[in-house]
Write a protein that binds this ligand. Structure first.
Ligand code: ASP
Length: 449
């Protein structure tokens, strides 16, 4: 059985919803369909989730919210009319929104979650009706009733482990299950949502619960590309990569999806396939636990700005027991998470996201390092970009680092730092932010031309 998730742009209007029905019924294994709220129909459009947030805010402020409520209802009314569904659907949605508003308690975040969740909830009802209208047996399933139990961290909830057993029963449904993404129910029966974009999480949880053969995630791109197509339009599509490769790539700015979203599928070792709703015949990108990598040593290259480095020099550092621990303890006590710690015999550097180190934090950290570790020198450099060259096969291929450094040197890019991941599935290069694009091009030409 396959669990299939459709993102907001795939369910934004009647035309898109017709496509997803075609996709689902084309493969008898596609039994569980997770849907987002209607997304943008064009780049200037507003997602229903954002309309709902605006509506919720108006209610909280005590403003007149009729227009905001009708703006939400109208999005569904257009879909209902274009799909020729029963008009009662629209009255139900309007009544549902009024009920959520009228029955709200004092907990504002909980109220906002209830509002946001209605986007997926009502869309799943509409889409289940659209399947039935076309003669395919399908049913809407309410997440709370099906056992999707979440922590009560409203807006940022996490699934509770006990959910899986009950959710596994969805595998026995004789009809196609249409399951709203993004939310579940707390133990106390209140609606709670995952972070934004959380329908991906719902899909991953259901795929793990029913032990799906694959979790298909339909969006509006043909596949994941080896490099950011905005920087390198000729970047090749990635046909297959491992979870570890995806994780290394997404870490430096690869926008596949939020890597936390797929944790449940990764833990259950379910392959994930990214596909395009508008071109379902394309193979997409398959993300798997293991792959053979004789040919494609490098699977992708990603890059991101916004990093900084703390450089610490101390003569005889290598003989000093506990130096690294004490340095990292300072960071821990200052509540700073770090990315890499390349080291030399007498120096250690720590790479972090600049957002972790505001001016005040920076001063506190540097002062503490000076006092507690008595180094010869500490400097902080901002404005760094990280480039990750990623591939499981690199471990076995000779000359990969030489190829990368040669390309960067030919392009006149100064490498500030190099780190080969301990796992040897990635090489990291830090360069100055203005050099990032040039560096990405140079590496792209070296590995994919
Ligand atoms: N509709 C929600 C959002 O816009 C969740 C999702 O689409 O995954 O964040």
């Amino acid at each position: 059985m396959k669990v299939v998730k459709f993102g907001g742009s795939s369910v934004a209007n009647a035309e898109q919803i017709s496509k997803i029905i075609d996709i689902v019924v084309a493969d008898a294994d596609r039994r569980i369909v997770v849907v987002s709220a209607p997304g943008k129909r064009s780049s200037s459009d507003t997602k229903v989730t954002d309309l709902l947030i605006a509506l919720g805010n108006s209610v909280i402020k005590g403003e007149d919210y009729d227009a905001a409520l009708e703006a939400v209802v109208m999005r569904y009314a257009e879909i209902q009319a274009d799909l020729d569904l029963n008009v009662a659907v629209i009255d139900d949605i309007r009544a549902d929104l009024h009920r959520r508003i009228d029955e709200r308690g004092d907990h504002l975040l909980q109220f906002m979650d209830d509002m946001k969740a209605s986007g997926e909830d009502n869309n799943a009802k509409v889409i289940a009706a659209a399947f039935s209208k076309r003669g395919y047996p399908a049913r809407y399933v309410n997440p709370g009733e099906a056992g999707m139990l979440l922590s009560d961290e409203f807006g940022n909830a996490e699934v509770l482990h006990e959910s899986y057993e009950k959710l596994s029963l969805l595998a026995d449904s004789p009809e196609i299950v249409v399951f709203p993404g993004f939310f579940g129910s707390t133990r106390g029966g209140q609606v709670a949502t995952f972070p934004r974009g959380g329908s991906d999480i719902t899909g991953a949880i259901l795929a793990a619960a029913v032990k799906a053969e694959v979790y298909e995630n339909f969006t509006d791109v043909d596949s994941v590309y080896a490099m950011d197509p905005r920087i390198m339009p000729e970047a090749p599509a990635i046909e297959m990569m491992t979870y570890r490769e995806m994780r290394e790539l997404s870490y430096a700015g690869f926008g596949v999806f939020h890597d936390e979203a797929i944790i449940p599928a990764v833990q259950a070792q379910i392959p994930i396939c990214i596909k395009n709703t508008n071109r379902p015949e394309m193979p997409g990108t398959l993300i798997v636990p293991e792959r053979k990598y004789e040919h494609a040593a490098v699977v992708g290259i990603s890059s991101a700005d916004g990093f900084c480095a703390i450089y610490i020099d101390k003569y005889m550092m290598n003989r000093e027991v506990g130096f690294g621990r004490r340095l990292l303890q300072i960071l821990e006590e200052e509540d700073i998470s770090f990315e890499h710690t390349p080291s030399g015999i007498d120096n250690l550097s720590v790479i972090l996201q600049s957002s972790e180190l505001g001016a005040e934090k920076e001063k506190a950290v540097v002062d503490r390092i000076m006092q507690e570790l008595s180094p010869d020198n500490v400097t902080v450099e901002h404005g760094l970009s990280l480039l990750m060259v990623v591939g499981e096969g690199m471990h076995y291929a000779v000359g990969m680092a030489a190829r990368a450094t040669g390309a960067l040197s030919d392009a006149g890019v100064n490498i500030e730092m190099i780190n080969q991941g301990a796992s040897e599935i990635s090489m990291m290069f830090a360069v100055k932010e203005p050099d990032r694009k040039k560096a990405v091009h140079a590496l792209g030409n070296a590995f994919f031309a």
